[in-house]
Design a protein around this ligand. Structure first.
Ligand SMILES: NC(=O)c1ccc[n+]([C@@H]2O[C@H](COP(=O)([O-])OP(=O)(O)OC[C@H]3O[C@@H](n4cnc5c(N)ncnc54)[C@H](OP(=O)(O)O)[C@@H]3O)[C@@H](O)[C@H]2O)c1
Length: 245
């Protein structure tokens, strides 16, 4: 039986290429994002690659919309094998603006967007006693970067949620994985003006994530250079980080 895969943030970047990866394997896909025209184009491409795809245009900050999409997905496919919570935004904190709106938008999308998406599927996952939940964090979760406090906090929160949920869900044979991508060439990095070491193209990045999922990695950071430099990055003095970033 082909895998039933739900991907949030499937209209572009990593989520889009994850959709193509699973479509090539004949998966039955549910594609979530806000931009319905882009989602339809991704779904068409998925079908041409051999998969099935339904589009579920919604904002992950809207829990009611997610519950409706859950009902549609489960009605269509009868269960879920893989849920990839990938939707996310990045950006400047605008700390000096006196207005928390930008930071709140990042925190809401990247944290509540995950709980809104995951919770409605948990009863089904527990009932099935199978399935795989994958949360997309970031190497940014390793330490706070200048002007990216909200983004860093959100990605640390994603790691904490996955670490905790793993205890509850794995008792019911539901796997939980956290992915920590380094810099990947997508709309998010296109906006960055700072240096981006070990920048990767999105298609091989999505393939690496998919392989890590298949092999059941609980925590997966890529590319490998970040794993090597992780202990160093944690102790680099703030003044160097400030200068470089
Ligand atoms: N690129 C990198 O270097 C990098 C590194 C580490 C981690 N990540 C993480 O990887 C994930 C994917 O990012 P990306 O690099 O592929 O960037 P991207 O191309 O901008 O993709 C972000 C996706 O999230 C969706 N999205 C954003 N806000 C949403 C909302 N409120 N509701 C529903 N969907 C929403 C976007 O679709 P719509 O705009 O159509 O809603 C889009 O499909 C993010 O969680 C990001 O933090 C990326």
């Amino acid at each position: 039986m082909s895998e039933r895969v739900l991907i949030s943030g499937a209209s572009s970047g990593i989520g889009e290429y994850l959709a193509y990866y699973y479509a090539r394997q004949g998966a039955r896909l549910g594609l979530i994002a806000r931009r319905s025209v882009q989602l339809e184009a991704v779904a068409t491409q998925c079908r041409s690659l051999g998969g099935q795809a339904i589009v579920l245009p919604l904002d992950v900050t809207d829990p009611v919309a997610v519950k409706t999409a859950r009902d549609t997905f489960l009605r269509e496919y009868g269960g879920i094998d893989l849920l990839i919570a990938n939707a996310g935004i990045s950006g400047d904190d605008h700390l000096d603006s006196g207005n928390p709106e930008a930071a709140n938008q990042i925190l809401t999308t990247n944290i509540l967007g995950i709980t809104n998406l995951v919770y409605p599927f948990v009863p089904t996952l527990l009932e099935q006693k199978s399935g795989h939940l994958v949360l997309i964090s970031s190497i940014a979760g390793i330490r706070g970067l200048p002007r990216r406090g909200a983004y860093t906090a959100s990605k640390k929160a994603v790691k904490a949620l996955a670490d905790s949920w793993r205890f509850t869900l794995e008792r019911s044979r539901v796997r939980v994985s956290t992915i920590y991508p380094g810099f990947v060439r997508t709309a998010i990095t296109a906006r960055r003006k700072t240096i981006m070491p070990f920048l990767m193209d999105v298609e091989p990045a999505a393939a690496k994530i998919a392989v890590a999922i298949t092999t059941g990695r609980k925590n997966y950071m890529f590319p490998w250079q970040w794993r090597l430099f992780l202990p160093v990055i944690k102790i680099i003095p703030d003044w160097i980080v400030g200068r470089v970033v």
